[in-house]
Design a protein around this ligand. Structure first.
Ligand code: ADP
Ligand code: MG
Length: 270
C-alpha cells in the first residue's frame, strides 16, 4: 500500500478548518487489482446534507467506509472536520494515527447501514445505550435517559422495551438511527438506509432523516430515493466507476444534468 500523497507543509494536514465537515481530494482505493475509487473529489460543508447517487458497484459504499475508517485509502487525502482521516502530518510526512486516535476519530461519526444490525437480545433502549455506556463510559442512568429521549425523537416512545424481532423494519432502522445519534456524532453517514425496507415503511425513516437534517446535522446519504435527494439535500453527487462524474444542487444534477452518464442513470431510476 502506498501512503496518501503528502503535499502540504503547514503541519495541519493541509486544510485548516474551513467550515467543511468532509473533504476528499483524489481519494483512491483498490481491492487487489481492482481500483474501486479512482480519485474521488468531494466537499460537504458543515450543517449540509449531501446525497450520493450512482449505479451499483460505482464505489459509493466504499467511499463512505473510507470516511468511517472501515477501509483505508490508498491515495489522495480525506479530512473530517479539518482533521486528516487516519493520519497526522508533520512537515511533509504523514504518520499513521495510533489505534486509540483512530477510535477517537471514529466515535464522532455515526453510520447507518442498509441492514439495521441491532443486537437481537437487547431492547430498543439497551441497543441505544450500549455504545455510550461501553465506549464513552457514560453512567447507565444518564445513558438510559438520553436513549429514551432519542427514541422519542425518532417516534418510538411506545416501543422502548421491545426487542428488534418485535419491531417492523422501519422501526428497527429508526432504532439504528437513534443508536448512532447516542454517540453525539458530528457527522452521520447513511448507506442506502431504506433499501431493505418494504415500500410502505420507507417514508417513516426518511421523515426521521429529514428532521435530523432540519436540526442541522451534517449528513452524507447514499440513496436511490430521488424525492428525498431533491427535497432535503443541499448537494447531490453522482458517482460512476469510482469517480464523481458531477455534483451540484439537486435542481441542477437531478433535473438538468450536464453529463450523459448522469442522464442515463436518472432515466433508469426515475
Ligand atoms: P456501491 O456501493 O456503489 O454499489 P461498492 O463500494 O460496494 O459500490 O463496491 C464497488 C466495487 O468494489 C464493487 O465492484 C465491489 O465488488 C468491490 N468491492 C467492495 N468491497 C470489496 C472488498 N472488501 N473486496 C473486494 N472488492 C470489493
Ligand atoms: Mg453500496
Amino acid at each position: 500500500m502506498t501512503t496518501p500523497a503528502s503535499t502540504s507543509t503547514d503541519g495541519t494536514g493541509g486544510v485548516p478548518n474551513t467550515g467543511e465537515m468532509v473533504r476528499a481530494e483524489q481519494v483512491r482505493k483498490r481491492f487487489g487489482r481492482h481500483e474501486v475509487l479512482r480519485g474521488v473529489d468531494l466537499s460537504v460543508p458543515t450543517g449540509q446534507v449531501c446525497c450520493v447517487i450512482g449505479p451499483s458497484g460505482s464505489g459509493k459504499s466504499t467511499f463512505l467506509r473510507c470516511i468511517n475508517h472501515l477501509e483505508k485509502i490508498d491515495g489522495g487525502r480525506l479530512w473530517v472536520d479539518g482533521e486528516l482521516v487516519g493520519y497526522r502530518q508533520r512537515g511533509t510526512r504523514l504518520h499513521e494515527l495510533k489505534p486509540s486516535e483512530v477510535a477517537a476519530q471514529r466515535r464522532e461519526i455515526g453510520m447507518v447501514f442498509q441492514q439495521f444490525n441491532l443486537f437481537p437480545h437487547m431492547s430498543a433502549v439497551e441497543n441505544v445505550m450500549e455504545a455510550p455506556v461501553r465506549v464513552r463510559r457514560e453512567g447507565r442512568s444518564a445513558a438510559r435517559q438520553h436513549a429514551e429521549h432519542l427514541l422519542e425523537r425518532v417516534g418510538l416512545r411506545d416501543h422502548l422495551r421491545k426487542h428488534p424481532a418485535q419491531l417492523s423494519g422501519g422501526q428497527q432502522q429508526r432504532v439504528a438511527i437513534a443508536r448512532a445519534l447516542a454517540m453525539r456524532p458530528k457527522l452521520m453517514l447513511f448507506d442506502e438506509p431504506t433499501s431493505a425496507l418494504d415500500p410502505e415503511l420507507v417514508g417513516e425513516v426518511l421523515e426521521v432523516m429529514r428532521q435530523l437534517a432540519l436540526d442541522g446535522m451534517t449528513m452524507v446519504v447514499v440513496t436511490h430515493e430521488m424525492g428525498f435527494a431533491r427535497d432535503v439535500a443541499d448537494s447531490v453527487v453522482f458517482m460512476d466507476d469510482g469517480v464523481v462524474v458531477e455534483s451540484g444542487r439537486p435542481s441542477e444534477v437531478l433535473t438538468d444534468p450536464r453529463h450523459d452518464r448522469t442522464r442515463a442513470f436518472l432515466q433508469r431510476v426515475l
